[in-house]
Design a protein around this ligand. Structure first.
Ligand SMILES: [Zn+2]
Length: 545
């Protein structure tokens, strides 16, 4: 979280924890493998050390989805129960003698001073004489505690919400208008732009860029972590998202739509990037316009080259799996032979995406994809707002997906009607929120549009400088980000409280991973501590262990 260097006032300092002490183990349990795998994804996101329920010795923090029969509720250690579906909520109510009703609510959770995450969802409201709130937002109770016990009940359904946000939204449903355009015997780009603009014009446009749209998944993840901290009363070890000393990340990417964009706009953008010291990712269609090997070699040397389909005709998502694999493989091979470098990543035209495409990319030898927007006011494919609801990379089907977390220039300027200056202001505003939650700012700037013109140069410089001047921003290319995220995901905190890496390659980099301790949660968000030189962390008074 952003409040990484939070300090604890001296009067509150009392206890200290020696690092070599073992942590309270976190044990996950669920009614079935699906629930368990989703709870594991929460734990893997924060990198909290955890095990799956096998044997319980009464000292662990138990996190349960639903109410599996083998779990004894007279546990001595803290228990957190997340209801799964209305039936799960009713079962919890029955077992503890409570009443339950459900209600559609906007949940808001502070994560750092002045920063919050939000989610629009159905909450289960439990009531009963022995119930007290352990975490609430205004009148909305997020975590309940049963008096005289260490049993905690969440009002949010961690499993169903996560599944719905992360997996159901990965496949976008193309609108009939879009299908019609791509079935025409010519490219959708030949449709007169006046018609396209009318069809593609957003109604509410950019005003929908709120935290509950960009990162509802972040709210669920924060609920998971806050519940652990509150229920356990112990510091929870996690691994920082980015390299030691950095609190969020930036990757700059460009999709090159036209030959003019490649030959003129790209040079202008690179000029600014070199001045500021930022390397970027150039996504190029392999068979849309003539490509010179010399230019691609130059792009691969100043930054990196990624695939952007072959013809860029909007038909990629409609092809069979076999054709998808063939098409993205041809794209990679041609770009590799022209640029003389390995091509590891892909960006789909129009940010079209789906699990089948991700699987095809893995089959065709790509390491990462960056085609899913966190949120867009107007998807050209579904003709509505759409996004995957997270601003962090994630692993899917063996490859890293890096969501396009920032609104792209085209959406802000051509769909939203903003000036270039207003677009930069909007991007910086979104980046401030991404920073507070420690996410990845992924910029998509087209050399073919306004930023690639002479008149956009100063604003492009203002945008990049803001990130460059922030020492807490980890600036990397998409390819570097994909490797870093894999490396972090493959590491874990072992029983002695040390970070271990799985592969020998990543062992060399283990020092870059940052062990952090979430020592408290309040209306100011998470309290995060790092190890000092003494190898100790200091805990606020009152934290039971
Ligand atoms: Zn494109």
């Amino acid at each position: 979280m952003a409040d990484r260097r939070a300090t604890i006032p001296p009067q509150d300092r009392s206890q200290k924890i020696e690092l070599n002490e073992k942590f309270v183990p976190i044990v996950l349990a669920g009614d079935n493998d699906h629930d368990l795998s989703i709870l594991s994804e929460y734990a893997e996101f924060w990198k909290v050390p955890y095990t799956l329920a096998t044997q319980l010795d009464g000292k662990q923090i138990l996190v349960i989805s639903g109410l599996s029969k083998e779990v004894d509720m007279r546990e001595k250690g803290p228990v957190i129960i997340s209801p799964t579906g209305i039936e799960g909520a009713k079962e919890i109510a029955r077992q503890f003698g409570l009443n339950v009703s459900s209600e559609e609510t906007l949940v808001r959770l502070p994560v750092a001073p002045g920063a919050s995450v939000s989610l629009q969802t159905k909450l289960y409201r439990f009531s009963g004489p022995d119930l007290e709130p352990a975490l609430k937002d205004g009148d909305t109770i997020i975590l309940y505690k049963i008096r005289g016990s260490r049993v905690h009940i969440l009002s949010a359904d961690l499993v169903s919400n996560y599944h719905q946000l992360m997996y159901d939204r990965m496949d976008e449903n193309p609108s009939w208008r879009f299908r019609l355009l791509t079935k025409m015997p010519f490219s959708y780009r030949i449709v007169p732009s006046s018609i396209r603009n009318r069809v593609f014009k957003a109604k509410g446009s950019i005003s929908g860029l709120r935290e509950e749209a960009l990162g509802p998944v972040e709210c669920l993840r924060s609920i998971f972590l806050a519940a652990l901290v509150i229920a356990s009363g112990s510091p929870i070890p996690t691994i920082g998202f980015w390299r030691r000393g950095k609190s969020y990340a930036l990757a700059v990417s460009h999709d090159v739509e036209t030959r003019v964009g490649l030959e003129d706009g790209a040079g202008l953008l690179i000029g600014v990037e070199k001045e500021i010291g930022i390397r970027s990712t150039w996504n190029i269609p392999s068979d849309r316009y003539p490509l010179s090997s010399q230019l691609l070699i130059a792009l691969a040397e100043t930054g990196e080259v990624g695939g952007h389909d072959t013809k860029h005709d909007g038909r990629l998502v409609f092809t069979s799996f076999k054709d998808k694999v063939g098409r993205v493989r041809r794209c990679r091979e041609r770009l590799e032979s022209l640029s003389k470098r390995e091509v590891r990543g892909f960006r789909a035209p129009l940010l079209q995406h789906g699990r089948e495409l991700v699987e095809a990319l893995g089959r065709a030898g790509y390491e990462y994809d960056s085609s899913m927007p966190s949120w867009e006011p107007l998807s050209p494919t579904s003709l509505g707002p759409h996004g995957v609801g997270t601003v962090f990379p994630f692993l899917i089907s063996g490859i890293v997906e890096i969501p396009v977390s920032m609104p792209q220039d085209h959406q802000l300027i051509r769909v939203g009607g903003l000036s270039v200056e207003q677009a930069v202001d909007q991007l910086l505003e979104v980046s401030r929120w991404v920073k507070t939650i420690g996410g990845a700012c992924v910029l998509l700037v087209h050399p073919d549009y306004e930023f690639g013109h002479e008149s956009g140069r100063d604003e492009y410089r203002r945008l990049l400088e803001t990130f460059r001047l922030d020492p807490t921003c980890d600036v990397m290319t998409l390819g570097e980000m994909a490797r870093w995220w894999t490396y972090r995901q493959e590491s874990h905190i072992d029983a002695t409280g040390m970070i271990s890496a799985r592969s020998s390659e990543s062992k060399d980099r283990v020092g870059e991973l940052d062990l952090e301790f979430v020592t408290g949660y309040s209306s100011e968000g998470f309290k995060v501590e790092r190890l000092g030189d003494t190898g100790m962390i200091e805990l606020p008074k009152g934290l039971e262990r």
